[in-house]
Design a protein around this ligand. Sequence first.
Ligand SMILES: [Ca+2]
Ligand SMILES: [Ca+2]
Length: 403
Amino acid sequence: MSLADEGVTTIKARAWLPGLMPSVESSRTFVVDLNNPVAGGGGTLSIGDVLSTSATLSWTQASDTVTTNPSLLSYRVVSGAASTDINSAEEIEAQSGGTLVADWSQGITSQGLSGATPGSSRWFAVGVRDEAGRVSAYTPRKIDFPPNVPALPQGEALSKYAIQVSFTPATGAQSYSILHRENQIDAPQSFSCAASPCVLSGLSAGSTRFFRVVAVSAAGAQSAPSAEIQVSTPAALTRHTVFVTSTLHNGNLGGAAGADAICQTRAEAAGLAGLWKAVLNVASGQSTAERIVIEAPLYDTKPDAPGPQLIAANANDFWTAMSVAPRYTELGVHLPDVDDENHNMWTGRATSDNCLGFTSESGGDSGEVGSSHALPNGWGTESVFRCGTEACNTARRLMCIDQ
Ligand SMILES: [Ca+2]
Ligand SMILES: [Ca+2]
């Protein structure tokens, strides 16, 4: 026989010296194994049940020309930061400590993985060993563990047209996908958001959306969605109210947000409900209409019978053809119909004359004002929105509108 042949080989021998009888025959059986086992399924590993800290790795049983009983083939599972760390039999055998996931075990075709870091990525490989100790490697496979599932988010309408969704950061998340839909039947749309809070804008007044939050890892692995919340935007106004502030302020209004806050404070002081904004330009090149939404007829705050007067029927009339100038304060006080600059209002319609975005109270800067006692296109060049510029250390009023 030849030892180049695989399988079970028995060698028998007797000792003999000349003149003596041969000894009793002795025999010894050897298993000759010249070939590595063959990884099953082409060496492909499968992954399943992937959660933020766990997954299941599975594979097809290997085969071997000598260890023909598959339950006698052993498997070892290892992990590495890179596929090249664990893509050979030698490297699989060399892994120990934290990179040894499960040591040699006979007849298994799957291994549960646990203790992963949410949002991390790691490579896994499997080695198969026959009874002769020959080892072959399955092809390494990367698992991208998703972040933790975000906790229940909170939602609130920022305006009639925008909803803000906020949530606690999820462990392992690099960004978020915000799922939203109009009802709980349709497939959701989504948008990406780096971090809480996330805003969905461009909505219609009085609309409802359902939101869920998905956490996304650096490798793009997505968590399961959070529980779903429902948020509605306020209904459209059926009428707007416009007033001129009873208070006067220099050109440092604190920008658009500060000016809006002044309007809100004055409205609340007068018991006027709603969300209030200043009719004011701040950014260069911005039109007032970009800041202010007009969706209904506009009225002033005239208190005595027959009550508030129609200023404009719609947005176009308000901006270009007001029928009555707004000259009542939030308190319903009528500003006298006299040409008094004390009744002027900061408007900043010119791109260069807005007290540096209404943050300057310097007499060296200027801001555009409108006249509360002008008709929009009357009084020569004077109008509600535009009647000249004044130094930013001058105290002037604001025109406010509910949104
Ligand atoms: Ca073999
Ligand atoms: Ca390698």
